[in-house]
Design a protein around this ligand. Structure first.
Ligand SMILES: [Mn+2]
Length: 449
């Protein structure tokens, strides 16, 4: 993309005008990596413009949070990575409102300033996220804000919009950002970036059996590759890098990991000049803060505060330790096989949704969806993950989870490839049987087509 759509440019300059005309701002954003990146970009932009503000993160935008927004005491409200589902209600408020979102458009704004890729025929799921829109607003305020494109890439990585290559507005950000030297694209690898001993131990994308979560396993792999223990990815010679990558590929293949999953792991990396780390790493740091209730530290970290970056890094490492330990335990216990799916219980560890995704990619039978279950509350919480090859055979987890949960008095839904739900504790066995039937039916119908 060489040029931004005129309608978007028009909205952005309107947003900049509104901001210039006010003094005190309330910023609302989402608590995930994209939301925290968006908030950090907007906060930095407001500071540079000499404005005052307060930031609040929401886990989601619902009727209750909408009440909070309505009661806001500020000259102007900025909402990032949220808002698309409440445009009509925001339109009715008296306070000036700017929404920078990328979720599905339900209605167009009549009064408020509303930027969303979908409004210009650009897919907000793949080609522009909350941080993308926030960065475009920042540079509409002042061209000198282009350095914040580095933080925007943490948001892009957080929403996984870089996985299959950049597109749409994100391409525009990359071209402008790399031309100015802020972002560099490097070829991906199965070898993690950063300190190898640490990252091989902590990373679960991919989960390498016998290596991830095992100090001895990591040391043995490094020894086999003939690489000293204290090396980082950036220290490796071409030779060392490919030796280590090959050894990892062999392990993953033995473990049954699909080539498509390995290609996804070896996706392009986006190095952030002033951060001395890649976009995914910064994304993980901000995400961990947001999800641990340390949103303030996350936003400050995204604004470059060294002390908060340290807090973010410690928080992220602690979360990664918990996750990899839970994954090692799940791998030891194994998954329970049904005819048309496989499942596990992660009541003890939590991390159900994340374990479900990792298990599907790394240790599960790739031909069947994976279901994770957390029974610590009634109703029981459920996660499900599939693979693209399953969708091609007729699997639709959004529909299957909706129907199977509803069949026992619960509720479920989501995306075709990843869905969630909840069911009453005493109906779990019935749910599992019903889900097996429903998936079987989807596969039979898929075969006919
Ligand atoms: Mn987002």
């Amino acid at each position: 993309m060489d040029e931004l759509p005129p309608k978007l440019l028009n909205t952005l300059s309107k947003a900049a005008d509104v901001v210039r005309g006010h003094r005190f701002f309330q910023v609302y954003s989402h608590y995930d990596a994209d939301g925290v990146s968006s908030a950090a970009i907007i906060a930095k932009t407001l500071i540079r413009a000499g404005k005052e503000f307060r930031v609040t993160l929401f886990t989601t935008l619902n009727d209750n949070n909408m009440k909070t927004i309505r009661a806001t005491k500020a000259d102007c409200i900025i909402i990032s990575d949220l808002g698309a589902s409440y445009i009509d209600q925001l339109d009715e408020m008296d306070t000036p409102v700017i929404v920078l979102d990328h979720h599905t458009v339900i209605s167009e704004a009549k009064r408020i300033v509303y930027a969303n890729p979908h409004l210009y025929g650009i897919d907000g799921m793949t080609s522009g996220c909350g941080a993308t829109m926030s960065l475009l607003f920042a540079v509409a305020m002042d061209e000198s804000n282009w350095d914040l494109v580095q933080v925007a890439f943490a948001g892009i990585a957080g929403d996984r919009q870089h996985i299959n290559g950049l597109s749409g507005l994100n391409t525009y950000l990359f071209e402008e950002g790399s031309r100015r030297g802020f972002v560099t694209r490097t070829q991906g690898s199965l070898v993690p970036s950063g300190n190898l001993m640490t990252r091989l131990f902590l990373d679960t994308d991919p989960y390498i059996r016998g290596v991830s979560g095992s100090v001895e396993g990591v040391a043995a792999l490094m020894k086999e590759a003939g690489i000293p223990n204290d090396k980082s990815y950036s220290d490796l010679s071409e030779d060392e890098r490919s030796r280590l990558a090959s050894l990892i590929a062999v392990r993953l293949t033995e473990q049954g990991v699909q080539l498509s999953s390995m290609m996804e792991v070896a996706r392009d990396r986006y190095e952030l000049r002033d951060w001395r780390m890649d976009a995914e790493h910064l994304s993980n740091l901000l995400n961990s803060c947001g999800r641990s209730g340390l949103g303030g530290a996350g936003i400050a970290a995204g604004m470059g505060d060294e002390r908060c970056l340290k807090i973010a890094s410690d928080t992220d490492e602690e979360a990664a330790r918990g996750l990899v330990a839970a994954m090692v335990e799940l791998d030891r216990r194994g998954l329970t096989q049904m005819t048309n799916f496989q499942w596990f219980d992660s009541t003890d560890s939590g991390y159900t949704g994340m374990l479900c995704g990792i298990a599907m990619q790394s240790i599960a039978d790739p031909t069947k969806p994976t279901i994770g279950m957390n029974r610590s509350n009634d109703p029981v919480n459920l996660s499900s993950r599939g693979m693209f090859s399953q969708l091609e055979r007729g699997i639709d987890l959004a529909a299957a989870m909706r129907e199977a949960c509803a069949s026992v008095g619960g509720e479920g839904g989501g995306h075709r490839i990843a869905a969630g739900g909840s069911v009453p504790e005493d109906m779990v066995d019935q749910f599992l049987r019903n889900l097996d039937d429903i998936l079987g039916r989807q596969l039979a119908e898929g075969k006919k087509e």
